[in-house]
Design a protein around this ligand. Sequence first.
Ligand SMILES: Nc1ncnc2c1ncn2[C@@H]1O[C@H](COP(=O)(O)OP(=O)(O)OP(=O)(O)O)[C@@H](O)[C@H]1O
Length: 584
Amino acid sequence: MKELKHINKYFYKYRYRLLFGVLITIFAKIFAVFTPRLIGKSITTISKGFNNEISNDVFKQELTTHIIYLIGAAIIAGFFTFLMRQTIINVSRHIEYDLKNEVYQQYQRLSLNFYKSNRTGDLMNRISEDVTKVRMYTGPAIMYTVNMVTLFVVALIYMISVAPKLTLYTMLPLPFLSFIIYKLSKIINKRSTIVQQYLSKLSSYTQESFSGISIIKSYGIENENNLAFNALSEESKQKQIDLTKVQALFFPSMILLIGISNILVAYVGGMQYINGEIKDIGTIAEFLFYVNMLTWPVATVGWVTNLVQQAEASQKRINEFLKQEPEIKNNTLEHTKIEGNIDFNNVTFIYPDTNIKALNQISFTLKKGETLAVLGKTGSGKSTVLDLIGRLYDVQEGNITIDGKTIDQLNLNDLRDSIGYVPQDAFLFSDTIENNIMFGKEDATEAEVIEAAKNAYVHKNIKKFTNGYKTKLGERGITLSGGQKQRISIARALIKAPEIMLFDDCLSAVDTETEEKILNNLRKASQGKTTIIVSHRVSSAKHADKIIVLDEGKIVQSGTHENLINVDGYYQELYLKQLSSKEL
Ligand SMILES: Nc1ncnc2c1ncn2[C@@H]1O[C@H](COP(=O)(O)OP(=O)(O)OP(=O)(O)O)[C@@H](O)[C@H]1O
């Protein structure tokens, strides 16, 4: 129960509702216990009536009173049971919602490395399946426990006072029942976890097949794909059958044990009635009702124990994530206006997970309003430069300053607010084009959206879609070309009008002519803004105030376009190659 302590704060938050739920449960059970008593009394009255021990009038009057009370007690018990579910199960839904939000907020706080070291499936499971299992502890487990304890106490007190020996026999099979249910539900849970795993495997497999359908079709591997799917389905079916076999035992075992209890009560009660130890015949009927009434709560002891064990295991997994601290922390609450003077001083950076030295002693200075172009072979460390400016990672050696302050001393939110970043792979959400652009500025006007799209040279494309800016993207929406995606992603950064603009090879999918037009617009839009353009093309770099060429994390060339085309090296080679291909 150590791990589940985390939930106590939520119990405290909803303490009044919970307490109300517990009280209601107690009332419900008190009234529920009236039913067997009144049935017992009615049977005794009927027996007396048949044996002419009471007059016809008394018989009628007693029986009518019992029946009216019986209906009344059943209605009241039913109403309280309804209220009990309404309160306790509702509280569990509130706690589930709060816990999901807590986990999600923690996910948002954590740094990129956390996402690298944990699989997406794992992250999804903890927020869905694990939270659901914890909910079973906060709702059904509590409800059934209170239910059982109350019913037991109320029923037992009364049963012992009426027939102590018969009570003992009634209770005898119940611990066995509880134990068997505990064992069965343990096996059922184990097998259903396996079934669940197979279901996730199947859905991931199908999902991937659908995403990669064009590859599957173009390579003509539909048959192989079918065979692999069939094999997985077959395994999954086998696991389902294993589960069904144990599930099939659940109710028969319960019915068997209830049957044994009924026989015991009928036999022992009958003998006691014959011996005169029990006065009223109705007591036997009453006890038969108790057996059936107590069986389900007793069975739930085993079930609830299992629920709590599972919730504990799930909460343990959730706590592992909740305990983690983001590697990148905001070190100050003080707000600073960011101008955009960037300095790299001997920055060395090694990716912690791969140990790859991505940057090695990098230094450069970029004043507010200047443009830097970063070129170099693939894997030379260009994107890493941008990631470090946005503090997606912290540098290990050397330092980066912005406006003279090392970046970890700047307010992290201010820093990220002042950056407009266009990644290498443009990511667009399954939403309208307009909302995707407005992601950079939530309160943007329509005119601003259009202006940004025009600057990113994508306005004309958008206008051609039937729904224009309201066109839905993503699943069930339209599919954009690589170049269109890149340009919408640029518009998203432009609308933000940040002090620092970071473009990570984001024009690679557009032709050089469009590139030229976009760059012209960017130059106008980014007047006074510090801009870094990562590219593989000289055409993207030639207007920059400064150019650096990286190779294996080191700066191997730096200067302006005019300087660099006149010295032997990577830049000149690239220039000549791209020039000749253009001429061709
Ligand atoms: N998140 C990461 N975790 C671990 N290693 C990484 C990560 N990102 C990049 N690397 C490694 O760091 C090195 C530099 O990568 P980076 O992405 O900065 O290169 P790049 O010059 O931008 O390459 P490209 O032109 O192909 O985009 C590469 O060897 C890469 O494998």
